[in-house]
Design a protein around this ligand. Structure first.
Ligand SMILES: NC(=O)c1ccc[n+]([C@@H]2O[C@H](COP(=O)([O-])OP(=O)(O)OC[C@H]3O[C@@H](n4cnc5c(N)ncnc54)[C@H](O)[C@@H]3O)[C@@H](O)[C@H]2O)c1
Length: 280
């Protein structure tokens, strides 16, 4: 388990590649095209530069980290990776194709992992040739900073694969939590209903936006209020995950708040659109 592959070098994949290289892994980063690969490389390099600028890494350390990462547009370069983490778009068809391609490239002993935040690991395991060697490794954004790794065991994941994934996470300096494959895992199953309830409280006029966030910050010691957090995550992403919970459990307690639906339809999806619950 010396070499890690990362497919997709977007927000999460670039963070995973950086964190892995910083903890001593050799990393193979793969993107779909040369242009996207170049963007991915810049994201990784910017992350490492931030470490240097904040004084947490010196320039020799940064050079060593950079030298451990190679870039490619072909999954065949995953052939000697002990673990490959898929971090492509959160769309089942895209993930399914990506996993087939990883699966065809890796060795017989490699662990294949998905960083999905909401798709069932057991369902995705239909796209790999060895479901017992497939698992969820749910990192959090920004990966080099956030301590948590949720390791999600699919129905067919073997004990050996689970221990390899957990060991990989620990080597990356993460606190690893093992969870079973049910909608939302633990993180989003607990977080999203809170955000949804905050949206209901706002919609019903229970309190103002600022007061709802203030209650959770000052009363519960949360660093960010739930509405501010929804903007940070993306209101569209929150709505998609709530739909996964609602459809996965068929339980009305996960019914997405109509205000979230309206906001997404209006394009007010949070920080990335310049406006959500707050204006940026
Ligand atoms: N952003 C978050 O806060 C967060 C947190 C936890 C988990 N996740 C999960 O991580 C995954 C990635 O999310 P993201 O926010 O990094 O998305 P993103 O859009 O920033 O990055 C996705 C990257 O995948 C690349 N890609 C798409 N198809 C590909 C393919 N076939 N081969 C290679 N590269 C491909 C894209 O070019 C893009 O760079 C999703 O499953 C998401 O649910 C996201």
């Amino acid at each position: 388990m010396k070499r890690m592959g990362v497919l997709g070098l977007g927000t999460m994949g670039s963070g995973i590649a950086q964190a892995a290289a910083e903890s001593g892994f050799e990393v193979v980063g793969v993107e779909v095209s040369g242009a996207l690969l170049e963007k991915g490389r810049k994201r990784v390099e910017a992350g490492i530069e931030r470490r240097v600028n904040s004084g947490r890494m010196d320039s020799d350390g940064a050079a060593a980290v950079l030298s451990r990462i190679v870039y490619s547009t072909s999954t065949s370069d995953f052939s000697d990776c002990g673990v490959v983490v898929e971090a492509v778009f959160e769309e089942e068809s895209v993930k399914s194709e990506a996993l087939k391609s990883i699966s065809a490239a890796v060795s017989e002993s490699a662990v294949v992992a998905s960083n999905t935040s909401s798709i069932s690991i057991t369902r995705l395991s239909g796209s790999v040739s060895h479901p017992e060697r497939f698992i969820g490794m749910h990192f959090f954004n920004p990966v080099p900073v956030m301590k948590l790794l949720e390791v999600v065991r699919g129905y067919l994941t073997s004990d050996e694969t689970a221990s390899k994934a957990m060991e990989t996470g620990r080597r990356m300096g993460k606190e690893v939590v093992s969870v079973a494959d049910y909608p939302g895992f633990v993180s989003n199953r607990v977080l999203m209903p809170m955000i949804n309830e905050a949206a209901f409280a706002l919609m019903e006029g229970v309190a103002s936006r600022d007061d709802i966030d203030r209650v959770m910050k000052l009363g519960m010691n949360h660093p960010m209020g739930p509405l501010e957090l929804a903007d940070f995550i993306g209101v569209d992403v929150c709505l998609d995950i709530l739909k996964v919970l609602y459809e996965g459990f068929r339980d009305p307690k996960y019914r997405p708040c109509p205000l979230l639906v309206n906001m997404v339809n209006a394009g007010r999806i949070g920080r990335k659109s310049g406006e959500g619950f707050y204006t940026y």
